[in-house]
Write a protein that binds this ligand. Structure first.
Ligand code: MGD
Ligand code: MGD
Ligand code: SF4
Ligand code: MO
Length: 847
């Protein structure tokens, strides 16, 4: 609950929402302003650390960008303010109409959360299922899908490195000094750099802040990682630096990989990537001889040529050297609830519990207990003596059920919620679906076609794809051609400006919110953030919006909802029992669970706290999946009671909790292959690697002689979460970094204007001469080029990168765009006239 008499002197706990680290913060609020912000020492992950960015979070919370009324697009393209009732009624009616005419699978869902807000998106999943949708995607499907595929093939799930303890840390196309991506990134990097026993290897064409701290900087030519990584792997094999015995015991398919790598001509591959052979060999030796190695790949290879193959070769560095499941090595980890991919119950420490007799008894206990509970719930009104007996009875049935079959029943439910689309291919373009996501850069193609199964409607929540996906103009045309588009956002974004309806969301500091970036090992943490202030008038939280729409669609019968509400009034065990038995009998309701929880369990919480219901569901799931790790984290009750303990702890600890505590060797339990081993051989990627010696990398041409990396993370970029350009202290317009040699050849100095031209568009910007860059490589920051309303009209500062990028230059397997590798022509803007008319603050315009 929000304390109406809050004092500006109280520090309130929350989290930074500007990158996936979600560092804990404490905030003093005054008159809806985030007055003072400091790192929260009590946060179990960040322990007081923050970077410089959250101090400016008020620029997200307050400003002229905030929407406060639903908007409806008129035929002439202007927007009309409408009330919530009208907006929700009309949207529900139009969703129903699209479904009736073209089927629910023609309604596409994009987004569902940015860097810090995934709770609302979890309720959005219920709307996805309520309309019978089939396709979804989000930003992960333009960066992490190739890596996700490789993870799934090799061992089954996402991995994270133990950089605090690693003897050797390897960063491939990753600049953690600026982009973070690990808890307390800067102190950790400094410790590595200071310690003579430890080493840092950075693969980056740019001398990034991290590369400047590295012991080995493999400064390759942009886009050539695949040769560099193959040469590193090959050195490990050819110089016999691999962990042969470990591989024999723990992996299969190794021989195929070794055969491939034995054939690699290391000298030739070094030449192709532009890194001296001796540097590659020295780095490989350092990896091969280290006591522990952790690796981290990011956009530098994920949004560049050969993204999926790069992920494979990068992971082979630690697989071949056996750096798994030990301090300083790589690990799979628990999840509060997986953001992509399938849900997975981790095998129990003790004997197997799934023998069929026990399972039958457990299921019977659950069914008969639930039957009795339903009957009693209908008779009892409210809490009373009877209800406490019922609750105890429910606890007994639940215990038998959970011990024997809880995980088996939970698994399909979790997978329907977490991984809605089955992996496979889309009907229209044949794009490959991985972890339930269609390639983000195929979306426009799934719309701009006359194929009868094309997408007809798009729901967008917490994302600005018109700005963040390749070729903004094409995305705009795609949006325009749909029958219905709805955007849920706090601001009138570039995407919202093309939508039929815009629904103004309450900010992340005005509602219960949570991030599902729970990617840590061995200690994994989760934080439920309480609202810092009441919602801005006119805005609504996403859970509210989704529940209201599903009410209007009438997807769940009222009798069932009332039965579950009565059970929830008796107690959580009674509710749990009736809920499980309902879903077990009516599996078609599994996808609607978030809504059902909100409308039933949620109604037993104080007004405004309904959204916590989903957290209860997640806490139960997290304990069913990880009972031993949760027990070690202090949640020692058995069965459903363990989930209750975790839920209570989450609610009572606004600074966050450690929900699982693993031991290093537990990483083995997260392997999803039935044989418990790493499957090193991925045939379709090995086939690609075989072809590498036939290709000489060259991504430039006479027309486009430079490579532009479109999207460098700098000190004051944070995707487009903050729109007010004034939040940036330095480099307000986000200059183009260029090396001194190129600058002098072009005769430009820092501060001069240049025009950039790519296959897709043109833009002008200012130059910053930077020793970070190598000749032929230039770099622009992400997060620029968004509109911000001012008294004199909309102000747009910096280059909107995706007016320059194309959807065709993308990964062969999963469509990841090559944002880091955009061929570009650069011309100095010389005449004084041109300098005046071509203001560098003017955004890029597509031609
Ligand atoms: N400050 C800040 N932090 C952020 C964000 C932000 O907007 N601002 N965004 C967050 C998000 S969503 C993400 S996904 C992460 C991304 O985090 P990172 O991937 O670390 O960030 P980038 O700066 O985009 O790219 C990393 C590096 O890739 C290098 N690179 C360019 N081309 C190549 C190449 O061909 N090969 C190799 N090996 N490297 C290349 C660049 O020079 C750069 O140093 O950051 C997160 N953190
Ligand atoms: N050229 C190029 N393109 C890129 C990148 C690049 O480096 N270069 N980086 C890519 C990467 S890695 C990523 S992750 C994407 C990110 O791009 P997007 O997926 O578009 O995500 P964000 O920029 O984080 O936008 C988040 C949106 O959520 C809104 N928002 C904030 N709080 C709330 C809330 O509480 N509720 C709702 N409903 N909305 C809210 C914000 O106003 C904003 O519009 O961009 C990608 N695009
Ligand atoms: S931007 Fe990222 S690293 Fe910096 S404080 Fe926020 S969450 Fe932490
Ligand atoms: Mo990202």
């Amino acid at each position: 609950m929000i304390d109406a008499n809050q004092s500006a002197d109280t520090w309130k706990k929350n989290a930074c929402i500007l990158c996936e680290c979600n560092c804990g913060i404490e905030v003093k609020v005054d008159d809806r302003r985030l007055l003072k912000i400091r790192g929260d020492k009590d946060h179990p992950g960040s322990q007081g650390y923050t970077c410089e960015k959250p101090l400016r979070l008020d620029s997200y919370q307050n400003g002229s960008h905030r929407l406060d009324t639903p908007l409806r697009r008129s035929a002439d393209g202007t927007y009309e303010e409408i009330d919530w009732q009208t907006a929700l009624d009309e949207i529900a009616a139009r969703l129903r109409a699209v479904r009736a005419e073209h089927g629910g699978e023609s309604i596409f869902f994009y987004g569902g959360g940015g860097q810090g807000n995934h709770l609302g998106g979890s309720y959005g999943r219920a709307l996805f299922h309520a309309v019978g949708a089939r396709y979804t995607s989000n930003a992960l499907a333009q960066e992490k899908t190739g890596e996700g595929f490789v993870d799934t093939e090799l061992y089954g799930s996402h991995t994270s490195g133990d950089f605090e303890n690693a003897e050797v840390s390897v960063f491939v196309g990753k600049n953690p000094w600026q982009s973070h991506g690990m808890a307390r990134a800067r102190p950790t990097l400094k410790e590595i750099a200071r310690d003579p026993e430890r080493s840092m290897i950075v693969i980056d064409p740019r001398k990034s802040e991290t590369a400047a701290m590295a012991d080995y900087h493999l400064q390759l030519k942009p886009g050539t990682d695949v040769w560099c990584l193959a040469a590193l792997d090959a050195t490990l094999v050819q110089e016999d630096l691999i962990a042969s015995e470990w591989l024999r015991a723990n992996a299969v398919g190794v021989e195929e990989v070794l055969t491939l790598l034995r054939e690699v001509d290391i000298a030739d591959y070094s030449r192709r990537c532009g890194v001296p052979e001796e540097t590659i060999r020295a780095a490989a030796r350092r990896i091969g001889r280290a006591g522990s190695v952790s690796t981290y790949e990011d956009l530098g290879i994920q949004q560049a040529p050969n993204a999926t193959v790069n992920a494979y070769l990068q992971k082979l560095l630690w697989v071949l050297t056996g750096n798994f499941a030990k301090p300083g090595g790589m690990h799979m980890h628990s999840w509060m609830f997986p953001i992509a991919g399938t849900w997975f119950p981790v095998p129990h420490d003790s004997t197997p519990r799934f023998d069929s007799a026990r399972r039958t008894v457990g299921l019977l206990a659950m069914r008969s207990g639930a039957g009795a509970m339903r009957w009693m719930a209908a008779k009892l009104s409210g809490k009373g003596f009877g209800s406490s007996i019922m609750e105890r009875g429910a606890q007994t049935s639940l215990r038998m059920f959970f011990e024997s079959s809880g995980a088996a029943v939970a698994q399909p439910i979790a997978n329907i919620l977490g991984n809605p689309a089955q992996d496979g291919f889309t009907l229209v373009t044949g794009a490959r679906i991985v972890s339930g996501l269609i390639p983000a850069n195929s979306i426009a193609d799934e719309i701009l076609t006359d194929h009868p199964d094309r997408l007809r409607a798009m729901w967008i929540d917490s994302s600005n794809p018109l700005h963040s996906l390749a070729d903004s103009d094409r995305f705009r045309r795609a949006m325009r051609s749909l029958d219905l588009t709805v955007v849920v956002d706090v601001a009138l974004t570039e995407t919202a400006r093309e939508a039929d309806y815009v629904l103004p969301a309450s900010s992340q500091f005005e509602k219960y919110e949570a991030s599902m970036f729970t990617l840590h090992f061995p200690h994994n943490t989760f934080q439920l953030r309480n609202p810092l202030m009441p919602a801005k008038p006119g805005t609504r939280s996403e859970p509210f919006i989704y529940a209201e729409l599903i009410d209007r669609l009438g997807s769940v019968d009222k009798k069932l909802l009332s039965e579950l509400r009565s059970a929830a009034v008796i107690g959580r065990a009674a509710f749990n029992l009736v809920l499980f038995s309902t879903i077990e009998q009516r599996p078609e309701l599994a996808g609607l669970l978030p809504y059902i929880l909100y409308r039933t369990l949620g109604s037993t919480f104080a007004e405004g706290e309904e959204a916590k219901a989903m957290i209860w569901g997640m806490a139960q799931m997290a304990c069913i999946a990880n009972p031993d790790a949760a027990r070690r984290a202090g949640f020692t009750a058995e069965g459903a009671a363990q989930g209750e303990q975790l839920f209570d702890a989450i609610v009572n600890n606004p600074q966050g909790v450690t929900f699982t505590d693993d031991r290093y060797e537990d990483a083995w339990k997260y392997i999803r292959h039935a044989d418990g081993k790493i499957h090193a051989y991925i045939p379709e990627l090995v086939d690609e690697i075989r072809l590498l010696d036939k290709e000489d990398p060259c991504y430039t041409s006479d027309a486009y002689p430079f490579i532009l990396s479109a999207g460098e993370r700098r000190a004051f970029t944070a995707n487009v979460i903050i729109r007010n350009p004034e939040w940036r202290r330095r480099d307000k317009q986000g200059s183009l970094r260029m090396c001194p040699t190129d600058a002098s050849a072009m005769g430009v100095a820092s501060g001069d204007s240049v025009r950039l031209t790519t296959e897709t568009g043109t833009a002008s910007t200012v130059v910053e001469i930077s020793e970070m860059m190598q000749p032929g490589h230039v770099s622009l920051p992400n997060g620029m080029g968004v509109s911000y309303p001012t008294e004199t009209g909309d102000e747009v500062v910096g280059v909107a990168l995706n007016t320059l990028t194309s959807v065709t230059r993308r990964d062969k397997f999963f469509g990841n765009p090559w944002h880091k590798n955009v061929p570009v022509r650069i011309e100095a803007i010389r005449t004084p006239d041109a300098m005046e008319t071509d203001d560098s603050d003017v955004p890029a315009e597509a031609i």
